[in-house]
Write a protein that binds this ligand. Structure first.
Ligand code: SF4
Length: 330
């Protein structure tokens, strides 16, 4: 239940604002000038807000599509990302958003058409490059699809740009709009996964790993391209057994022909962000375990990162070709 919805005055009559508000008939509506008045307010407590977040509907003015950080990609020469929303309905303990924003309120930008314009420009300026766009860097790309309809909107853009890839990264089991459409070869449905036992304590409020695998399998059997994202790789007691079980379960359940790519990424936090996240959960075992500081980054030791990546990669190579496997290293 969303108690309060803040709406920017400028978009109060926008059709998408009306569409979203219809879904929250009991919420209190407050008109505001700019979303930053609420979202960037000082002295907010992320944890307290996370228990009962409000919604902000806003108009995005700039920065629609941005270059992805170096080391983020699945084989294209140029990678970009965009976010129609800030923050997430899930509450993963390692989520970087909790160290990035002081507010846990959700911001949804309703001017989707401006994302299309920005995408078009980038495609025109990069005619000779292979491009991949990542949806939902600052949120989960599909978790709130039944409210926003963003994936449905942006798919119609990519339907007419077959040569350009889009990845929706998610932990949700949201099947629409994909279940109602013919699969598109340039669309990757990418699922972030950790072993079930770890997810039970770290992936709070998300669908269970077994539910996610069921949906992945269903969408793959309908012909949608699947990305498997083991990012971050989590170290801990029995990690080898747990990852082996997860990987083998996935590869034995999903149609291997539909696997677009598999990527592994280490658990890493910029030092300042880690400090903020640690303050929220000083007793969280994940943050007091084998993490240490390397330059400006908090991470596992390189030997641990490499051991985990090569262990998981070796298992994957029994099922898929090496050119489908990527290492994410931001
Ligand atoms: S699903 Fe992703 S964006 Fe959402 S809380 Fe978890 S890590 Fe953060």
């Amino acid at each position: 239940m969303i108690e309060t919805i803040y709406v920017e005055e400028a978009i109060k009559n926008h059709p998408r604002t009306k569409f979203i508000l219809k879904k929250f008939k009991k919420s209190r509506i407050i008109l505001i000038n700019k979303y930053g008045e609420i979202f960037n307010k000082r002295n907010q407590n992320f944890r307290i807000q996370k228990a009962n977040p409000n919604l902000i509907l806003a108009h995005k003015k700039n920065g629609f599509v941005l270059p992805a950080p170096d080391g983020f990609g699945i084989g294209s020469s140029k990678n970009f990302y965009f976010s129609h929303m800030y923050n997430c309905i899930y509450d993963c303990r390692y989520c970087f958003l909790q160290g990035m924003y002081s507010s846990a309120n959700y911001v949804i930008f309703v001017n989707f058409e401006d994302f299309d314009i920005a995408l078009k420009k980038i495609i025109e300026n990069n005619k000779n490059s292979k491009l991949t766009f990542f949806s939902g860097y600052d949120c989960d790309s599909l978790a709130l699809e039944n409210v926003t309809g963003f994936a449905k909107h942006i798919l119609s853009f990519f339907k007419t740009h077959h040569q350009i890839e889009i990845e929706f990264r998610t932990k949700s089991i949201q099947k629409e709009p994909f279940i109602l459409m013919k699969p598109m070869n340039n669309v990757i449905l990418a699922y972030s996964l950790i072993p079930e036992l770890m997810a039970n304590s770290l992936d709070n409020k998300t669908p269970s790993i077994s539910k996610r695998i069921r949906v992945i399998s269903e969408l793959a059997s309908r012909g949608w391209k699947i990305g498997l994202r083991f990012d971050p790789l989590i170290h801990g007691k029995n990690w080898k057994e747990l990852y082996q079980e997860l990987l083998e379960n996935l590869y034995n359940t999903i149609s291997l022909d539909e696997i677009h790519s598999v990527s592994f990424g280490p658990l890493r936090f910029p030092k300042r962000m880690f400090k903020d996240i640690f303050k929220l959960y000083p007793n969280e075992p994940l943050f007091t375990s084998s993490l240490s500081a390397n330059n400006k980054i908090i991470s596992y030791d390189v030997e641990i990162e490499e051991e985990m990546t090569s262990f998981c990669k070796d298992i994957s190579l029994k099922y898929i070709k090496e050119d489908l496997i990527f290492k994410c290293s931001i």
